[in-house]
Design a protein around this ligand. Structure first.
Ligand code: ATR
Length: 312
Protein backbone atom coordinates (compact mmCIF):
# COMPACT_ATOMS: atom_id res chain seq x y z
CA UNK A 1 0.00 0.00 0.00
CA UNK A 2 1.57 3.32 -1.00
CA UNK A 3 0.45 5.26 2.02
CA UNK A 4 2.87 8.02 2.99
CA UNK A 5 1.22 8.74 6.33
CA UNK A 6 1.98 5.97 8.80
CA UNK A 7 -1.24 4.82 10.39
CA UNK A 8 -1.01 5.75 14.06
CA UNK A 9 -3.36 2.94 15.11
CA UNK A 10 -2.11 -0.61 14.69
CA UNK A 11 -4.91 -3.01 13.77
CA UNK A 12 -6.49 -4.04 17.05
CA UNK A 13 -9.84 -5.14 18.44
CA UNK A 14 -11.24 -1.61 18.01
CA UNK A 15 -10.32 -1.29 14.35
CA UNK A 16 -13.33 -0.68 12.09
CA UNK A 17 -13.50 -1.54 8.44
CA UNK A 18 -14.62 -0.10 5.14
CA UNK A 19 -14.18 -1.78 1.77
CA UNK A 20 -14.69 -1.48 -1.94
CA UNK A 21 -16.58 -4.39 -3.47
CA UNK A 22 -16.24 -5.23 -7.15
CA UNK A 23 -15.55 -7.92 -9.66
CA UNK A 24 -12.82 -7.70 -10.88
CA UNK A 25 -11.25 -5.65 -8.06
CA UNK A 26 -7.50 -6.15 -8.30
CA UNK A 27 -7.07 -2.97 -10.36
CA UNK A 28 -8.65 -0.76 -7.67
CA UNK A 29 -6.66 2.21 -6.40
CA UNK A 30 -9.29 2.95 -3.74
CA UNK A 31 -7.39 1.29 -0.82
CA UNK A 32 -4.37 3.57 -1.41
CA UNK A 33 -6.65 6.60 -1.68
CA UNK A 34 -8.86 5.85 1.32
CA UNK A 35 -6.25 4.52 3.74
CA UNK A 36 -4.27 7.74 3.24
CA UNK A 37 -7.38 9.78 4.06
CA UNK A 38 -8.24 7.55 7.03
CA UNK A 39 -4.70 7.88 8.44
CA UNK A 40 -4.73 11.66 8.00
CA UNK A 41 -8.03 11.84 9.91
CA UNK A 42 -6.44 9.65 12.62
CA UNK A 43 -9.26 7.13 12.50
CA UNK A 44 -8.70 3.58 13.69
CA UNK A 45 -10.18 2.22 10.46
CA UNK A 46 -8.85 0.23 7.56
CA UNK A 47 -10.13 0.14 3.99
CA UNK A 48 -10.06 -3.15 2.12
CA UNK A 49 -10.70 -4.23 -1.49
CA UNK A 50 -12.83 -7.37 -1.74
CA UNK A 51 -13.66 -9.40 -4.83
CA UNK A 52 -17.41 -10.02 -4.72
CA UNK A 53 -19.45 -11.60 -7.49
CA UNK A 54 -22.85 -10.04 -8.12
CA UNK A 55 -24.76 -13.16 -6.95
CA UNK A 56 -23.10 -12.79 -3.55
CA UNK A 57 -23.68 -9.05 -3.10
CA UNK A 58 -26.84 -9.44 -0.93
CA UNK A 59 -25.13 -11.74 1.58
CA UNK A 60 -21.95 -9.64 1.60
CA UNK A 61 -23.93 -6.47 2.40
CA UNK A 62 -25.64 -8.30 5.28
CA UNK A 63 -22.28 -9.65 6.48
CA UNK A 64 -20.60 -6.24 6.40
CA UNK A 65 -23.49 -4.76 8.36
CA UNK A 66 -23.30 -7.58 10.96
CA UNK A 67 -19.54 -7.12 11.32
CA UNK A 68 -19.82 -3.44 12.14
CA UNK A 69 -18.38 -2.09 8.89
CA UNK A 70 -18.55 1.70 8.72
CA UNK A 71 -19.26 1.82 5.02
CA UNK A 72 -18.64 0.42 1.56
CA UNK A 73 -17.87 1.56 -1.92
CA UNK A 74 -19.26 -0.35 -4.88
CA UNK A 75 -17.77 -0.61 -8.31
CA UNK A 76 -18.50 -2.62 -11.47
CA UNK A 77 -20.86 -4.52 -11.62
CA UNK A 78 -22.70 -3.64 -8.39
CA UNK A 79 -23.78 -0.01 -8.64
CA UNK A 80 -27.22 -0.53 -10.15
CA UNK A 81 -27.90 -3.84 -8.39
CA UNK A 82 -27.39 -2.17 -5.01
CA UNK A 83 -30.33 0.20 -5.60
CA UNK A 84 -32.60 -2.73 -4.68
CA UNK A 85 -30.45 -4.04 -1.85
CA UNK A 86 -29.88 -1.10 0.50
CA UNK A 87 -32.42 -0.23 3.21
CA UNK A 88 -32.56 3.49 2.36
CA UNK A 89 -31.60 5.58 -0.65
CA UNK A 90 -30.14 9.04 -0.27
CA UNK A 91 -31.45 11.61 -2.78
CA UNK A 92 -28.17 11.37 -4.74
CA UNK A 93 -28.64 7.64 -5.39
CA UNK A 94 -32.29 8.13 -6.30
CA UNK A 95 -31.44 10.96 -8.66
CA UNK A 96 -28.69 9.13 -10.55
CA UNK A 97 -30.07 5.59 -10.30
CA UNK A 98 -26.84 4.05 -8.99
CA UNK A 99 -25.19 3.47 -5.61
CA UNK A 100 -21.41 3.71 -5.28
CA UNK A 101 -21.25 4.46 -1.53
CA UNK A 102 -23.03 2.80 1.40
CA UNK A 103 -23.07 4.09 4.95
CA UNK A 104 -24.16 1.83 7.81
CA UNK A 105 -26.18 3.36 10.64
CA UNK A 106 -27.40 2.00 13.99
CA UNK A 107 -30.78 2.74 15.57
CA UNK A 108 -29.59 4.30 18.83
CA UNK A 109 -33.09 5.17 20.06
CA UNK A 110 -36.42 4.46 18.37
CA UNK A 111 -36.36 6.23 15.01
CA UNK A 112 -32.91 7.78 15.54
CA UNK A 113 -30.22 6.46 13.22
CA UNK A 114 -26.58 7.22 13.95
CA UNK A 115 -23.50 6.70 11.81
CA UNK A 116 -21.16 3.96 13.01
CA UNK A 117 -18.14 6.22 12.53
CA UNK A 118 -17.66 7.30 16.13
CA UNK A 119 -18.70 4.48 18.41
CA UNK A 120 -19.80 0.89 18.49
CA UNK A 121 -23.56 0.41 18.13
CA UNK A 122 -25.49 -0.50 21.29
CA UNK A 123 -25.75 -4.28 21.68
CA UNK A 124 -28.59 -5.66 19.60
CA UNK A 125 -29.23 -2.33 17.82
CA UNK A 126 -30.80 -2.55 14.38
CA UNK A 127 -28.40 -1.59 11.60
CA UNK A 128 -29.46 -0.12 8.28
CA UNK A 129 -27.61 0.58 5.05
CA UNK A 130 -28.01 3.90 3.24
CA UNK A 131 -27.02 4.15 -0.44
CA UNK A 132 -25.45 7.30 -1.91
CA UNK A 133 -24.03 8.31 -5.26
CA UNK A 134 -20.82 10.34 -5.12
CA UNK A 135 -19.77 9.63 -8.73
CA UNK A 136 -21.99 12.15 -10.48
CA UNK A 137 -20.74 15.24 -8.64
CA UNK A 138 -17.17 13.93 -8.88
CA UNK A 139 -17.31 13.97 -12.69
CA UNK A 140 -18.32 17.61 -12.77
CA UNK A 141 -15.81 18.62 -10.10
CA UNK A 142 -13.00 16.90 -11.97
CA UNK A 143 -13.98 18.51 -15.29
CA UNK A 144 -14.09 21.92 -13.64
CA UNK A 145 -10.87 21.57 -11.67
CA UNK A 146 -8.69 19.37 -13.88
CA UNK A 147 -9.76 20.81 -17.24
CA UNK A 148 -10.93 24.21 -15.95
CA UNK A 149 -14.05 23.73 -18.03
CA UNK A 150 -17.06 25.98 -17.82
CA UNK A 151 -19.92 23.58 -18.41
CA UNK A 152 -22.81 26.05 -18.44
CA UNK A 153 -23.76 26.74 -22.04
CA UNK A 154 -21.15 24.39 -23.50
CA UNK A 155 -21.46 21.29 -25.70
CA UNK A 156 -20.23 17.75 -25.13
CA UNK A 157 -19.99 14.35 -26.77
CA UNK A 158 -20.41 11.45 -24.31
CA UNK A 159 -19.03 8.13 -25.54
CA UNK A 160 -20.81 5.29 -23.74
CA UNK A 161 -24.28 4.89 -22.29
CA UNK A 162 -23.66 2.13 -19.75
CA UNK A 163 -23.83 2.83 -16.02
CA UNK A 164 -21.03 5.42 -16.07
CA UNK A 165 -22.07 7.11 -19.33
CA UNK A 166 -25.71 7.44 -18.27
CA UNK A 167 -24.78 9.18 -15.02
CA UNK A 168 -22.22 11.42 -16.77
CA UNK A 169 -24.64 12.53 -19.50
CA UNK A 170 -27.41 13.33 -17.03
CA UNK A 171 -25.06 15.17 -14.68
CA UNK A 172 -23.63 17.23 -17.57
CA UNK A 173 -27.17 18.17 -18.60
CA UNK A 174 -27.86 19.26 -15.02
CA UNK A 175 -24.63 21.30 -15.01
CA UNK A 176 -26.03 23.31 -17.90
CA UNK A 177 -24.27 21.71 -20.87
CA UNK A 178 -26.40 23.11 -23.62
CA UNK A 179 -25.90 20.57 -26.36
CA UNK A 180 -25.25 16.88 -25.73
CA UNK A 181 -24.34 14.19 -28.27
CA UNK A 182 -24.69 10.65 -26.94
CA UNK A 183 -22.80 7.86 -28.72
CA UNK A 184 -23.04 4.18 -27.82
CA UNK A 185 -22.49 0.85 -29.58
CA UNK A 186 -25.95 -0.22 -28.42
CA UNK A 187 -27.92 2.73 -29.75
CA UNK A 188 -31.08 1.90 -27.77
CA UNK A 189 -29.23 2.59 -24.51
CA UNK A 190 -28.20 6.06 -25.70
CA UNK A 191 -31.82 6.67 -26.78
CA UNK A 192 -32.98 5.75 -23.28
CA UNK A 193 -30.52 8.17 -21.64
CA UNK A 194 -31.56 10.92 -24.09
CA UNK A 195 -35.23 10.33 -23.17
CA UNK A 196 -34.44 10.56 -19.46
CA UNK A 197 -32.66 13.87 -19.99
CA UNK A 198 -35.44 15.27 -22.20
CA UNK A 199 -38.09 14.16 -19.67
CA UNK A 200 -36.30 16.17 -17.02
CA UNK A 201 -35.63 19.16 -19.20
CA UNK A 202 -37.66 19.24 -22.43
CA UNK A 203 -35.72 22.20 -23.84
CA UNK A 204 -32.36 20.39 -23.57
CA UNK A 205 -30.67 19.78 -26.92
CA UNK A 206 -29.71 16.14 -26.75
CA UNK A 207 -29.01 14.02 -29.79
CA UNK A 208 -28.07 10.40 -30.23
CA UNK A 209 -25.04 10.17 -32.49
CA UNK A 210 -22.00 12.25 -33.39
CA UNK A 211 -22.02 16.00 -33.98
CA UNK A 212 -22.02 17.00 -37.65
CA UNK A 213 -18.59 17.17 -39.37
CA UNK A 214 -16.76 20.40 -38.54
CA UNK A 215 -19.05 21.26 -35.62
CA UNK A 216 -16.95 22.35 -32.62
CA UNK A 217 -17.66 20.90 -29.18
CA UNK A 218 -16.27 21.86 -25.79
CA UNK A 219 -15.74 18.35 -24.48
CA UNK A 220 -15.47 14.75 -25.58
CA UNK A 221 -15.77 12.34 -22.68
CA UNK A 222 -15.02 8.62 -22.80
CA UNK A 223 -17.32 6.73 -20.43
CA UNK A 224 -16.94 3.36 -22.18
CA UNK A 225 -14.65 0.66 -20.86
CA UNK A 226 -12.59 0.77 -24.08
CA UNK A 227 -8.94 1.56 -23.37
CA UNK A 228 -8.74 -0.34 -20.09
CA UNK A 229 -7.07 -3.27 -21.80
CA UNK A 230 -4.23 -3.23 -24.32
CA UNK A 231 -5.64 -4.04 -27.75
CA UNK A 232 -9.13 -2.66 -27.05
CA UNK A 233 -10.75 -0.95 -30.03
CA UNK A 234 -10.82 2.86 -29.83
CA UNK A 235 -14.07 4.22 -28.38
CA UNK A 236 -14.96 6.60 -31.21
CA UNK A 237 -15.25 6.37 -35.00
CA UNK A 238 -12.47 8.55 -36.49
CA UNK A 239 -14.24 8.42 -39.84
CA UNK A 240 -17.18 10.31 -38.34
CA UNK A 241 -15.62 12.37 -35.55
CA UNK A 242 -12.34 14.24 -35.86
CA UNK A 243 -11.00 14.88 -32.35
CA UNK A 244 -9.86 18.31 -33.54
CA UNK A 245 -13.54 19.23 -33.28
CA UNK A 246 -13.17 19.12 -29.47
CA UNK A 247 -11.25 21.57 -27.30
CA UNK A 248 -11.14 19.28 -24.23
CA UNK A 249 -11.07 15.51 -23.79
CA UNK A 250 -11.65 13.47 -20.64
CA UNK A 251 -11.30 9.75 -20.12
CA UNK A 252 -12.91 8.21 -17.05
CA UNK A 253 -10.23 5.52 -17.24
CA UNK A 254 -7.21 6.34 -15.03
CA UNK A 255 -5.22 3.16 -15.49
CA UNK A 256 -3.51 3.25 -17.98
CA UNK A 257 -2.88 6.95 -17.32
CA UNK A 258 -3.12 7.71 -21.03
CA UNK A 259 -5.42 5.61 -23.20
CA UNK A 260 -5.08 5.70 -27.01
CA UNK A 261 -8.15 8.00 -26.98
CA UNK A 262 -6.47 10.47 -24.65
CA UNK A 263 -3.17 10.26 -26.49
CA UNK A 264 -4.84 11.03 -29.83
CA UNK A 265 -6.81 13.86 -28.27
CA UNK A 266 -3.66 15.35 -26.74
CA UNK A 267 -1.77 15.07 -30.02
CA UNK A 268 -4.57 16.81 -31.89
CA UNK A 269 -4.36 19.74 -29.47
CA UNK A 270 -7.11 19.01 -26.94
CA UNK A 271 -6.58 19.80 -23.30
CA UNK A 272 -6.87 16.39 -21.65
CA UNK A 273 -7.39 14.74 -18.25
CA UNK A 274 -7.88 11.17 -17.15
CA UNK A 275 -10.30 9.81 -14.54
CA UNK A 276 -7.97 10.17 -11.57
CA UNK A 277 -9.77 13.30 -10.41
CA UNK A 278 -13.14 11.60 -10.63
CA UNK A 279 -11.85 8.69 -8.54
CA UNK A 280 -10.37 11.12 -6.03
CA UNK A 281 -13.48 13.26 -5.61
CA UNK A 282 -15.95 10.37 -5.39
CA UNK A 283 -13.70 8.81 -2.74
CA UNK A 284 -13.19 12.03 -0.80
CA UNK A 285 -16.94 12.57 -0.64
CA UNK A 286 -17.49 8.95 0.49
CA UNK A 287 -14.99 9.45 3.33
CA UNK A 288 -16.87 12.61 4.35
CA UNK A 289 -20.16 10.71 4.38
CA UNK A 290 -18.70 7.97 6.59
CA UNK A 291 -16.65 10.15 8.94
CA UNK A 292 -18.73 13.32 9.12
CA UNK A 293 -15.49 15.30 8.67
CA UNK A 294 -14.02 17.20 5.71
CA UNK A 295 -11.83 14.86 3.68
CA UNK A 296 -8.08 15.59 3.47
CA UNK A 297 -8.29 15.91 -0.31
CA UNK A 298 -4.68 16.92 -0.99
CA UNK A 299 -3.31 14.04 1.10
CA UNK A 300 -5.60 11.66 -0.76
CA UNK A 301 -4.62 13.13 -4.13
CA UNK A 302 -0.90 12.70 -3.38
CA UNK A 303 -1.38 9.11 -2.18
CA UNK A 304 -3.43 8.27 -5.27
CA UNK A 305 -0.90 9.87 -7.61
CA UNK A 306 1.96 8.00 -5.97
CA UNK A 307 0.07 4.73 -6.08
CA UNK A 308 -0.71 5.11 -9.77
CA UNK A 309 2.88 6.07 -10.57
CA UNK A 310 4.21 3.00 -8.78
CA UNK A 311 1.47 0.66 -10.05
CA UNK A 312 0.86 1.91 -13.59
P1 ATR B 1 -19.94 0.98 -16.64
O1 ATR B 1 -20.73 0.81 -15.36
O2 ATR B 1 -18.45 1.07 -16.39
O3 ATR B 1 -20.45 2.07 -17.51
P2 ATR B 1 -21.20 -0.84 -18.46
O4 ATR B 1 -22.54 -0.40 -17.98
O5 ATR B 1 -20.96 -2.30 -18.70
O6 ATR B 1 -20.07 -0.41 -17.42
O7 ATR B 1 -20.86 0.01 -19.78
C1 ATR B 1 -19.74 -0.22 -20.58
C2 ATR B 1 -19.76 0.77 -21.75
O8 ATR B 1 -18.67 0.47 -22.64
C3 ATR B 1 -21.02 0.70 -22.58
O9 ATR B 1 -21.26 1.96 -23.16
C4 ATR B 1 -20.61 -0.32 -23.65
O10 ATR B 1 -21.38 -0.27 -24.85
P3 ATR B 1 -22.74 -1.16 -24.95
O11 ATR B 1 -23.75 -0.41 -24.14
O12 ATR B 1 -23.05 -1.19 -26.39
O13 ATR B 1 -22.40 -2.50 -24.36
C5 ATR B 1 -19.20 0.13 -23.94
N1 ATR B 1 -18.43 -0.95 -24.55
C6 ATR B 1 -17.89 -2.00 -23.92
N2 ATR B 1 -17.24 -2.80 -24.81
C7 ATR B 1 -17.40 -2.23 -26.03
C8 ATR B 1 -16.95 -2.55 -27.36
N3 ATR B 1 -16.21 -3.62 -27.61
N4 ATR B 1 -17.29 -1.70 -28.37
C9 ATR B 1 -18.02 -0.60 -28.13
N5 ATR B 1 -18.47 -0.24 -26.90
C10 ATR B 1 -18.16 -1.05 -25.87
Amino acid sequence: MSNSIPHEHPIDASTRYCAVLGCPIRHSASPALQNAGIAALRLNWRYLALAVEPERLPEVLKGASSMGFVGLNLTVPHKILAMELVDELDGSARQWGAVNTIKFEAETSPGTWTSLAREDPPAGARIRSVGYNTDADAIVRSLQEDLELTLEGSSAVVLGAGGAGAVAAQRLAMAGVDHLYLVNRTVSKAEKVASLIRAHNPSQHVEVGYPPPGKKVGLILNATSLGLKTGDPIPWDPGVLDLRQASHAYDMIYRPAETPFLQTARETGCRVANGMGMLLYQGARALEIWSGQPAPVETMRNALRRHLETHP
